[in-house]
Design a protein around this ligand. Structure first.
Ligand SMILES: [Zn+2]
Length: 269
């Protein structure tokens, strides 16, 4: 591995931090680095390029997913795959700058990126998702990988791992941006809605985001802070770290399931 020299402290200068995180990226290694390493886990950051209100960068979801994946990979001796930048975001289409990839293309692409790692001896792959619109497709990809390959493929999203509701371009997400990339965050304005969508008698009747939030923001990001963002970020990294440690400790689990022998997990012997 090319110098996996990671800072212990989160408070290091952001430019130092990003340089240190480079060490865990697959794209920074040579093929011999990979051949000689005994790395068994790869993380795939997945995001979206889409509107995040007038104050947030279009790359918010991928910026956050990538930073969480890289910070975690350094702690648990894993590698990060090149981030999937554009995702499934048709409902943000009326906001300039948004990119939308059809679900079948997105599924095929992420499946093949993850599947490729099996040939180099990777045993476990985890998606580090930053965008809700990708959830269904990524879960299906993980299921397909578990069925068709020897990989233990797990879906993970930072928004599920923190103890807080993460609304689109709202307080939590904007706080993490203020911690990671303060130079890219403008002056936040309150969202035109408190919650996602337009719900009528149990149906989400709005097809497009601008039908329920003209400025694209959900919730109120005006009190977002870097300190809160750091806390959320560290929680997400702690959770992902713990997941990977658990998956390594319970590695036998997926082998048992694949071979149809699940009795050991049920404690019957
Ligand atoms: Zn987002």
């Amino acid at each position: 591995m090319a110098g996996n020299d990671l800072p212990e402290e989160w408070s290091v200068d952001p430019s130092e931090r990003h340089r240190a995180w480079d060490a865990v990226k697959v794209r920074q290694q040579s093929w011999t680095d990979i051949a000689e390493s005994d790395i068994d886990v790869c993380l795939l950051p997945v995001g979206s390029i889409e509107q995040h209100g007038p104050h947030g960068p279009l790359g918010t979801d991928v910026l956050i997913a990538e930073a969480i994946a890289e910070a975690t990979a350094g702690r648990v001796e894993a590698l990060t795959l090149p981030a999937v930048q554009a995702g499934i975001a048709p409902y943000h289409g009326n906001f300039p700058g948004t990119l939308d990839i059809p679900a079948d293309v997105f599924r095929d692409y992420t499946f093949h990126v993850l599947e490729s790692t099996e040939a180099w001896g990777i045993e476990t792959v985890v998606t580090v998702n930053g965008h809700g619109g990708n959830r269904t497709a990524l879960k299906a990809v993980c299921r397909q990988l578990r069925r068709e390959t020897a990989l233990d493929a797990q879906y993970w999203a930072w928004t599920d791992a923190v103890d807080e509701d993460v609304s689109h371009a709202g307080e939590a997400e904007t706080s993490v941006l203020r911690y990671l990339v303060p130079e890219l965050v403008g002056t936040p304005q309150k969202g035109d809605t408190e919650s996602w969508g337009e719900w009528i008698h149990g149906a989400q009747v709005a097809g497009l985001t601008d039908e329920f939030s003209e400025n694209g923001v959900v919730g109120d990001p005006t009190s977002a802070s870097a300190a809160k963002g750091q806390r959320l970020f560290e929680t997400a990294v702690d959770e992902l770290t713990a997941l990977i440690e658990w998956l390594r400790e319970n590695e036998q689990r997926s082998t048992d399931v694949k071979s149809g022998d699940v009795s050991a997990d049920r404690g019957t012997r």
